[in-house]
Design a protein around this ligand. Structure first.
Ligand SMILES: [Zn+2]
Length: 484
């Protein structure tokens, strides 16, 4: 009896200790002091019209090529007519054909420069989907408090808001302390040669860039499950990209006497093995950091689970990997996209080919992804090689660097009610070309994204609220002016 009692006491004490650890860890994730949302900003109707007019110029990049020269020329003419001070007082250069680089020299030559990036091109309208739009995609309609059209989210609102901010500052006779570069690529949607060229040009000139800010995340409202307020998510890195080509050959012959030496079978087996064996999910890194940052704004069971990852890591990882959208934030993804083999139904194929697209998590590299694919396939008869043109993932930016602090200050001044969280951008942006140039490369578009907006991005009914656009102009003014 006495032993049992002692056991019960010991178990009770352990349980209390466990509860204490969970409670203390949970309490340590306390919310930051946040402000009230700012009142709706005054609306500048002329600025709204300048954005609408930019939407009406169809700067469409397709698989076949960049936007036509005369369309880009018309876009440039619209910018020149709309922002006379920018064009008179900043140095303007055409780079790689139609990319634009503006240079606004700062008063302090030693201050690291600020580079604001945005892209001029937009994605096409798919097939007959134009008829599904509430307002035609290139009409630049202003209605119900929104500017509608292709490019309003991705990425002309940013481009135009940056120019509005600089034009306003020039009108007030302001000059920034640090040099400001405006870097507007013309072909982001098909590889970003413009941004790559701007980056190497600035490197050649020995430019010292402290912060490069490009598109990426935004203020996410009701997008992060369980988080009870809008969160300003700042992309600290983007995933890498590689397509892997698998090829196999076989003896061929008549299909009436099939042999196992069939190229199609080898490739099908290889693809199946890759699909069945995904890369391990990792909760450490940027996605884990994002969870820690938003946990104080979640209900207590979720908060306690995130605060006590030593206990719940497996559970959280299983939950997040069950959903393809969140799974992509935790692992290097594997997506077979092309399989080709055979020319006739009664001929055994002598060759077969597949392409598997991977989006690479920071921590992995093209080299180790290809090596793992080879391992998982485990068939010397299948050759595995990376398709040229891929890129390794970013080295994540740091939250304690001045670049992040500057963006965070501008976010707090613009969206005082929104906590700030770091995040990993899953797609590719022009931002990656500035990583070797800038001390910090961050990815944040000053606009609010609600769940329905996620489908508008590269989809139908793309639009931006006029209120968001007005706030974005203020955001860029604060970022350039350093809060002054
Ligand atoms: Zn974009």
């Amino acid at each position: 009896m006495r032993v049992l009692k002692r056991m019960a006491l010991l178990l009770g004490a352990l349980l209390l200790l466990l509860i204490a650890i969970i409670v203390i860890n949970t309490a340590r994730l306390s919310p930051a002091t946040l402000g009230a949302p700012l009142p709706a900003p005054a609306i500048d109707q002329a600025a709204v019209q300048r954005l609408a007019a930019a939407i009406r110029i169809p700067t469409i990049s397709t698989e076949a090529g960049q936007p036509p020269s005369q369309v880009l020329d018309a876009f440039h003419a619209h910018l020149a007519a709309s922002y006379p001070r920018v064009h008179a007082e900043l140095r303007r250069e055409l780079v790689a054909g139609h990319s634009l680089l503006f240079t606004w020299p700062g008063t302090d030559p030693n201050a690291p420069a600020l580079l604001l990036a945005a892209h001029q091109d937009v994605v096409p309208i798919e097939g007959s989907s134009a008829s599904k739009w509430t307002h035609p995609p290139f009409a630049g309609t202003v209605a119900n408090g929104f500017v509608w059209g292709r490019g309003t989210i991705d990425d002309k609102m940013s481009l135009i808001a940056i120019l509005e901010a600089v034009e306003r500052m020039l009108a007030r006779g302001m000059r920034p302390r640090q040099t400001v570069y405006l870097a507007f690529g013309h072909d982001e949607e098909r590889g970003g040669n413009g941004a790559r060229t701007i980056s190497s040009l600035l490197k050649q000139r020995g430019a010292k860039v402290g912060l490069a800010l490009d598109e990426g995340y935004a203020v996410l409202d009701n997008v992060l499950a369980g988080v009870n307020r809008p969160v300003a998510v700042v992309g600290m890195a983007e995933k890498g990209y590689v397509s892997v080509e698998l090829t196999a050959s076989g003896a061929g012959g008549h299909s009436s006497m099939p042999t196992p030496d069939n190229a199609a079978i080898k490739i099908a087996r290889a693809v199946d093995r890759l699909a069945a064996d995904p890369f391990p999910a990792r909760l450490q890194g940027l996605t884990g950091d994002m969870l820690t940052s938003v946990a104080p704004y979640m209900d207590w069971p979720m908060r306690a689970a995130i605060a006590n990852r030593w206990l719940t890591e497996g559970l959280i990882t299983r939950q997040l990997t069950a959903n393809p959208r969140t799974a992509a934030a935790l692992r290097t993804t594997t997506a077979p996209t092309i399989i080709q083999s055979g020319t006739k139904d009664n001929v055994l194929p002598q060759s077969a080919r597949a392409v598997v697209n991977h989006r690479i998590l920071p921590g992995d590299t093209i080299a180790n992804v290809v090596a793992r694919d080879r391992d998982v396939i485990g068939d010397a008869g299948v050759s595995v090689r990376p398709v040229p043109g891929g890129h390794d993932p970013s080295r994540p930016a740091r939250t304690d660097a001045p670049g992040f602090q500057a963006v965070a200050a501008a976010i707090r001044a613009t969206y005082p009610h929104a906590p700030i969280a770091p995040g990993l951008v899953l797609g590719a942006t022009d931002g990656r070309f500035y990583e070797s140039l800038a001390a910090s490369t961050l990815r944040f578009t000053p606009m609010t994204m609600r769940p329905a907006d996620l489908a508008r991005f590269h989809g139908n009914d793309e639009r931006v609220s006029i209120e968001d656009y007005m706030r974005a102009i203020g955001f860029y003014e604060r970022l350039i002016g350093g809060g002054r």
